[in-house]
Design a protein around this ligand. Structure first.
Ligand code: PXP
Length: 238
């Protein structure tokens, strides 16, 4: 199991003042030095946090896994191929959303992904991961497309209102992880994870590989510092 830190919100803070700091690339270095296996960033169409120049600087400085999270637009595919990260995680993206709100609807995107998106990545060596809710049908279609990995959307579990809803979501994630693993794909997970809910996810959901964590980790680092916060997450994962 590997911790990939999403550094988008270091860029959010930088952009709030436009003075060039805090620098997300420096943040990525601290995370890796503290033991994170890699870095995730989401280059959004509206460039609300990470900017194009950040992406190229990250490519130069990140020593571990680089996960390029993006919508499957022609523009993003071009940049992603140019940057050549280890992993590309495809997500749905809405202009008004505060953050990614759910997984891809595979029935809706299937034909486009098959005809336009997946052929673009063929022979690039970039692994393709699809951000999905733990729906068997979505997982089956992702497998049919030839996805290397699936990032399970853990947001519904993270936001569960009570213990019974949480248990229900954990059960869905567990079944989803089993299906993904049986199909020979890598099981990644992310969204809404924090120091309280991560232990439950790890306890109940098998085959987890890359865990992508951003908002809660970066928020906690305001009080604890980034190095200590990354180490606290690693303690849970190890
Ligand atoms: N994975 C995906 C696909 C995401 O869109 C996000 C949010 O950018 C994350 C993981 C990280 O979520 P959070 O910031 O809630 O930890």
């Amino acid at each position: 199991m590997r911790l990939l830190v999403n550094i988008d919100h270091i860029a959010t803070l930088r952009n709030a003042r436009g003075e060039g700091y805090p620098d997300p690339i420096e943040g990525a270095e601290v995370c890796e030095k503290a033991g994170a296996a890699g870095i995730v960033f989401h280059l959004r169409g509206d460039r609300r946090h990470i900017l194009d120049e950040d992406v190229y600087r990250l490519k130069k400085s990140v020593k571990g896994i680089l996960d390029f999270e993006m919508a499957a637009s022609d523009e993003m595919i071009r940049i992603c191929k140019d940057v050549d990260p280890h992993l590309c995680t495809l997500v749905p993206e809405g202009r008004e959303e505060l953050t990614t709100e759910g997984g891809l609807n595979m029935a809706v995107v299937y034909d486009d992904f098959e005809q336009r998106v997946f052929p673009e990545f063929k022979d690039t060596g970039i692994e393709l991961s699809l951000f999905l809710d733990p729906n068997p049908k979505d997982i089956e279609l992702a497998h049919k497309l030839g996805a290397d990995a699936i990032e399970l959307h853990t947001g519904t579990f993270a936001n569960a209102k009570d213990k019974s809803a949480q248990k229900h979501e954990l059960e869905r994630l567990k079944k989803g992880a089993e299906l993904i693993h049986e199909a020979g794909m890598t099981v990644n997970a992310g969204h809404g994870l924090n120091l309280n809910n991560l232990p439950l996810l790890i306890r109940d959901v098998p085959h987890l590989s890359d865990i992508s964590i951003g908002h809660a980790l970066i928020s906690k680092s305001i009080y604890w510092g980034l190095e200590r916060t990354v180490k606290e997450y690693l303690k849970i994962m190890n």
